[in-house]
Ligand binder design. Structure first.
Ligand SMILES: Nc1ncnc2c1ncn2[C@@H]1O[C@H](COP(=O)(O)OP(=O)(O)OP(=O)(O)O)[C@@H](O)[C@H]1O
Length: 298
């Protein structure tokens, strides 16, 4: 389990992380989402033991991560800004990884190189950005990590390669309980793959939930009344409300049964309850928190 407890981090006078808590269960896929500059890369650098917090704890399986060689050997990390030795090709880089990671799997490496269609002899610096990401993925997945940390891994990859990347990840989660934390702006893709979601805003966790639970608790509803009761939505937790003619469109965060009970009590002539996508939940949740976002989208 990855556990981040009350982490604070400032760069000079700027507070990048504030009392941040985050939990990733073993064998699960956790999607970390947030606006630009929310602190995703910063917390990922803490979890990978690159940066030390000003206060708070970061543990993996109960052990502190910072300066912990054993934990790092079991961890695979693909950063947003990739690093390869400038003169190395993939074959040379694989030898470097083999020495670093005790669980290096040569068979898997050979298979993945073929499957991704990468040249082992061309200098990595000559690869396109997308090919460099693929090379990083092949190397990391061949090191058989127990913990896989990915900072915007799929951006810049073509759809066929993205499918292949997710296939490997899902298989390793299912077959050997690999634990995955992935940050991305591609909410549609995260929605199809993650078990839990953490939404970051301005350095703190706005919400961390099981994805199915989160989706079952936020609803888009359309309501119209012939005789509208006064303040019909007073008891509901309304994230957003707008009127379209006589129809009210609301985004509500409450249990489905409770919403139904409150709305039906007013005897509406129209009542529809629709599911929300993760993208919509993200926008409405952050719209409530972040005035800048609210001004842009509403
Ligand atoms: N080393 C540093 N020195 C000063 N400020 C920093 C440093 N690292 C991060 N920050 C600041 O911390 C904030 C969070 O940055 P971070 O890169 O973690 O955001 P992010 O959520 O990953 O953003 P994006 O989605 O744009 O990649 C930003 O305001 C950034 O300028």
């Amino acid at each position: 389990m990855i556990k981040v407890t009350d982490v604070n981090k400032s760069f000079d006078q700027f507070k990048a992380l504030t009392d941040l808590n985050l939990h990733v269960n073993k064998g699960s896929i956790y999607g970390l989402v947030g606006t630009n500059g929310a602190g995703k890369t910063t917390i990922i650098k803490h979890i990978t033991g690159i940066v030390c917090p000003d206060s708070g704890q970061i543990t993996i399986d109960g052990e502190a991560v910072f300066d912990n060689r054993q934990i790092k050997q079991r961890m695979g990390f693909i950063p947003d800004d990739l690093f390869f030795f400038s003169t190395y090709n993939l074959k040379e880089m694989s030898k470097f990884y083999k020495n670093l990671y005790p669980n290096w799997n040569a068979q898997r490496y050979a298979h993945m190189v073929t499957q991704f269609g990468l040249s082992e002899n061309r200098k990595l610096a000559r690869f396109s950005k997308g090919m460099q990401k693929q090379a990083a993925f092949v190397l990391i997945m061949s090191s058989m990590p127990d913990y896989l940390i990915l900072d915007e891994p799929i951006d810049g990859l073509d759809p066929i390669v993205r499918k292949l990347v997710w296939k490997y990840i899902v298989e390793d989660v299912a077959e050997r309980e690999m634990t995955v934390l992935v940050s991305s702006h591609n909410l549609k893709e995260l929605e199809g793959i993650c078990d839990s979601i953490g939404i970051l805003s301005k350095g703190h966790m706005v919400m961390e939930r099981d994805l199915d639970e989160l989706k079952s608790d936020v609803h888009k509803i359309q309501v119209a009344y012939k005789n509208k009761p006064s303040e019909p939505y007073k008891q509901l937790n309304v994230l957003h409300r707008e009127a379209r003619g006589t129809v009210d469109l609301l985004i509500v965060r409450d249990k489905r049964e409770f919403v139904e009970q409150i709305i039906l009590a007013g005897e509406p002539v129209l009542f529809d309850m629709l599911p929300l996508s993760l993208e919509e939940i993200f926008i409405y949740e952050l719209g409530g928190v972040d005035n800048e976002i609210q001004n842009i989208i509403f």
